[in-house]
Design a protein around this ligand. Structure first.
Ligand code: NAP
Length: 503
């Protein structure tokens, strides 16, 4: 059985709280102005919890994207000449406004993404922190003087902004995926054309309104909105336009590969944050209660729709039963519903595509003999996109849940015997974003951290993202790092200047 949504169309805005009203924009933002699509088309944004329309935004195409690129390109000529302190001050002002409007942004985010309000508030804190961080990092993009082998020469190294950057972002973190990129780009002196996901453009426009209020010059930050059918053409334009110096993308590995191919002939700078398939390993020596708490946070945040979510729980045989029982009991206590309701900790899936994917994967596991410890079905009385938090055991290598990123509230648990065996299973994937393990054995901690083929490791921790640390993957999970002081490198190039014939 597959689910399709009968959208309940309610025209106009349904935001209940006035706090968010001035942030709820229904135009895109190009060259410092709120703009409609040239062809006047719009598309609706739906609340996944109830299918109602939250707002309508311009359905832009390549002609609008070209205008945004032109504006960003012209703005770059002056923005690149601003001092680090000037950029830092503007970013700080933006951060202060983001902080002052945190509640309103979170309300919009919950309405369009379905994530529980407490989680949305958490994302706003996290997302805002990138603007604060990069307002500080803007003033530390230091050069270097390297000792010259020739007495009459000086070797100077300086970092410069690469130019206009295209930022393409997903729906699962509608705020933080933008600020993690745009904060670094603006700090470095680049200008931006941002294309948010079809499902969550309103959060992007809300934070853009606050950037506008902060006083960024015209054309420095542009947001173009479009629905799914226009995304490939706009993406292609950003990858091939001679006026765009680089692309930063967060989303699926499939689209990331496509963008990488499109950029290759033009030798553009590419930053990719793609899908994961995170192992979550519990060794015999682990503190099981802490492992259960870490597992819950890692798996069920954002209804499991997080690229660093634990995707495969691998539990050593002596603690297997204890972990499975305690984890399952905690999951049964979870409160599922519309994210605006207090106490809800799991919301709906984002759209029918995601819902159908999760539904199909669990049905496949059932058919191939897996055991459903809890959940394993939709919750139709709540709405069309709700799925019960699920635990699956007796998983085999032929099942989709074993091989693919679930991106939903479904935990698969597999028993293992030795460290050697579990490392083989954990690394037997083309993905390499995050990995987690729980162990109290210090030698094992260093050994396993070294051998896990991922860009980020949580050791006795289930939530590890923070602005100070570099976020990114290896293998097919991506190229480059975001956040931290490394994040700026994606948006600068190094220039070597040789001053010769010195007296
Ligand atoms: P997606 O389909 O790749 O979409 C991501 C963004 O790319 C959206 O803005 C989308 O626009 C746009 N897009 C789609 N097709 C495009 C194309 N041909 N050219 C240019 N842009 C295109 O991914 P998703 O379904 O939103 O997100 C789920 C996947 O992203 C998961 O696999 C997850 O692991 C990964 N993810 C990774 C990270 C990370 O940091 N590594 C973070 C979040 C998600 P539309 O919305 O209009 O289609």
């Amino acid at each position: 059985m597959m689910y399709a949504i009968n959208r309940c169309r309610v025209t106009n805005v349904i935001m209940s709280n006035v706090r968010s009203m001035h942030l709820l924009k229904e135009k895109a933002f190009v060259n410092g102005k709120w703009s409609a699509a040239e062809n006047q088309q719009t598309f609706d944004v739906y609340n996944p919890a109830n299918g109602k329309v939250v707002g309508s935004v311009p359905d832009m195409d390549v002609s609008d994207a070209n205008l945004a690129i032109k504006a960003a390109s012209e703005a770059f000529e002056t923005w690149k000449l601003t001092t680090a302190k000037e950029r830092s001050k503007l970013l700080r002002k933006w951060f202060d406004l983001l902080e002052a409007n945190a509640e309103g942004i979170a309300e919009i985010m919950t309405a369009e993404s379905g994530k529980p309000l407490t989680e949305a508030k958490g994302e706003v804190v996290y997302g805002n922190a990138f603007i604060e961080w990069f307002s500080e990092e803007a003033r530390r993009i230091n050069g270097e003087i390297i000792p010259s082998p020739v007495a009459t020469r000086k070797i100077l190294v300086e970092k410069f902004p690469i130019g206009v950057v295209g930022l393409i972002t997903p729906w699962n973190f509608p705020h933080a995926m933008i600020t993690r990129k745009a904060g670094a780009a603006l700090a470095a002196g680049c200008t931006c054309v941002i294309k948010p996901a079809e499902d969550t453009p309103l959060t992007a426009l809300a934070i853009c309104q606050l950037a506008h209020e902060a006083g960024f010059p015209e054309g420095v930050l542009n947001v173009i909105t479009c629905d799914r059918k226009n995304a490939p053409d706009i993406g292609k334009l950003l990858c091939t336009s001679p006026n765009v110096a680089g692309i930063s993308f967060t989303g699926s590995t499939y689209v990331g590969k496509l963008l990488n191919q499109q950029c290759a002939p033009h030798i553009k700078r590419v930053g990719l944050e793609l899908g994961g398939n995170a192992p979550f390993i519990i060794f015999d020596s682990a503190n099981i209660d802490k492992a259960v708490q870490g597992a819950l946070a890692s798996k069920f945040r954002n209804c499991g729709q997080t690229c660093v979510s634990a995707n495969r729980f691998l539990v050593q045989e002596n603690v297997y039963d204890e972990f499975v029982n305690k984890f399952t009991e905690e999951i049964k206590k979870m409160s599922i519903g519309d994210g605006v309701n207090p106490g809800v900790n799991v919301g709906p899936l984002i759209n029918e595509m995601q819902f159908n994917k999760v539904y199909t994967m669990v049905e496949d596991a059932k058919k191939l003999g897996a055991t459903i410890k809890t959940g394993g079905q939709p919750i139709e009385n709540l709405g069309k996109l709700f799925y019960t938090p699920t635990v699956i055991t007796n998983v085999s290598a032929s099942m989709q849940v074993y091989n693919e990123e679930v991106f939903g509230p479904v935990a698969t648990i597999i028993k293992f015997q030795s460290e050697e065996e579990v490392l083989k299973v954990a690394n037997n994937t083309e993905r390499g974003l995050a990995g987690y393990f729980y162990s109290q054995d210090i030698s094992q901690i260093f050994r396993v951290s070294k051998l896990l083929e991922v860009g980020m490791v949580g050791i006795n921790e289930g939530l590890i993202s923070t602005v100070e640390a570099p976020f990114g993957g290896i293998k097919e999970s991506g190229i480059g790092r975001e956040g931290s002081h490394y994040g700026i490198d994606e948006y600068t190039y190094i220039k070597y200047m040789c001053v010769g014939n010195l007296g």
